[in-house]
Design a protein around this ligand. Structure first.
Ligand SMILES: Cc1cc2nc3c(=O)[nH]c(=O)nc-3n(C[C@H](O)[C@H](O)[C@H](O)COP(=O)(O)OP(=O)(O)OC[C@H]3O[C@@H](n4cnc5c(N)ncnc54)[C@H](O)[C@@H]3O)c2cc1C
Length: 285
């Protein structure tokens, strides 16, 4: 492992200056559950690691701000699981957070880190996407708001500029009743990244939003506005046919050690139907 300088700035301006001044050789660190592994295995070799946990402007909370639910950059998976609004109004996100790693990992892993790491298997990405999340990014040239769907490019690559930090992730408030579900398939019980991950949110007006990951280089979001998926009276055959239309962009890696493309595509169909049925049941209860 290459030796690196460790910095823990207390002011955002200092953190941004550190990140901007090192010619791409500086990397932000939050919980470190992805970053430290990549530094150890040599896949990244930063000269400087900038710990964002000391930044006073970066909060560790979930709060209402200007009509959005704002999740601060230091907020962990455990924080999300414990938050009553997340559990009630963004159930798929609470469930996704609860699936990440182990208790120890969830106590350190931040939501912002899960997004910035941009793994196609990131558990929280599909849930955030079905709820219409946006990212507040801040860099030396100022702040900008990016729809989460525009952040992901491919594994490990986002549209964040070099030196830019995620300050918060924001969720629109629900317009009415809805039910959300997170589902995933892993090779084995215990700690493993998902071979397929999927989230569903069904609104009371019959619109169904789905997002699926680990079946392509980035998560994919689709919407069913026909009402078929939300219809408790629709048969499984009809719902499966609609899901097949919506999953047309699934393109699993042919080289992954985790699962074959055929298995991922088969599991995507199974998880999709199950998650839709669970969401219909939750909406009715
Ligand atoms: C044993 C184990 C099991 C795991 N299981 C799962 C799992 O089941 N599901 C899953 O989705 N993930 C899993 N992970 C991956 C990891 O825990 C998550 O991706 C986690 O959310 C990363 O957050 P972090 O705070 O630790 O990020 P870090 O490791 O600190 O950072 C991750 C990346 O994001 C960047 N970064 C961090 N914060 C910011 C910021 N505010 N602005 C800009 N860039 C930033 C870093 O530079 C780095 O590139 C697992 C990891 C381990 C070690």
């Amino acid at each position: 492992m290459r030796a690196f300088a460790y910095e823990r700035p207390e002011r955002l301006a200092d953190a941004l200056a550190l990140l901007a001044g090192r010619d791409g050789e500086a990397r932000p660190l939050a919980g470190g559950t992805d970053l430290i592994i990549r530094i150890r295995d040599g896949s990244i070799r930063p000269a400087t690691v900038v710990d964002v946990k000391g930044i006073a402007e970066f909060t560790r909370d979930v709060r209402l701000e200007d009509g959005w639910l704002r999740i601060g950059a230091r907020t962990t998976m455990t924080d999300l699981m414990r938050d009553e609004r997340i559990r009630n109004d963004y159930t798929a996100l609470a469930e996704a957070a609860a699936y990440v790693g182990s208790v120890q990992i969830r106590n350190r892993a931040t939501l912002a880190g899960n997004i910035c790491n941009a793994s196609p298997a990131a558990d929280t990405a599909p849930a955030l996407l079905v709820y219409g999340a946006r990212v507040i990014a801040v860099g030396e040239s100022g702040r900008r708001t990016i729809p989460l769907d525009d952040v992901f490019v491919r594994s490990g690559v986002t549209t964040l500029a070099p030196g830019e930090l995620v300050e918060a992730i924001e969720l629109p408030l629900p317009a009415g009743r809805r039910a959300g579900v997170h589902a995933r398939r892993t090779r084995r019980r215990g700690h493993d990244l998902a071979s397929v991950t999927l989230a569903v949110a069904i609104d009371e007006d019959g619109v169904t939003r789905l997002s699926y990951g680990s079946v392509g280089p980035r998560p994919v979001s689709v919407t069913d506005e026909t009402g078929v998926l939300a219809d408790p009276a629709a048969s499984n055959e009809v719902k499966q046919a609609r899901l097949d239309e919506l999953f047309v962009d699934a393109a699993p890696s042919t080289t992954s050690m985790r699962a074959s493309p055929e298995y991922r595509l088969a599991m995507l169909r199974v998880l999709g139907l199950r998650a839709v049925d669970t969401a219909i049941g939750r909406l009715a209860s």
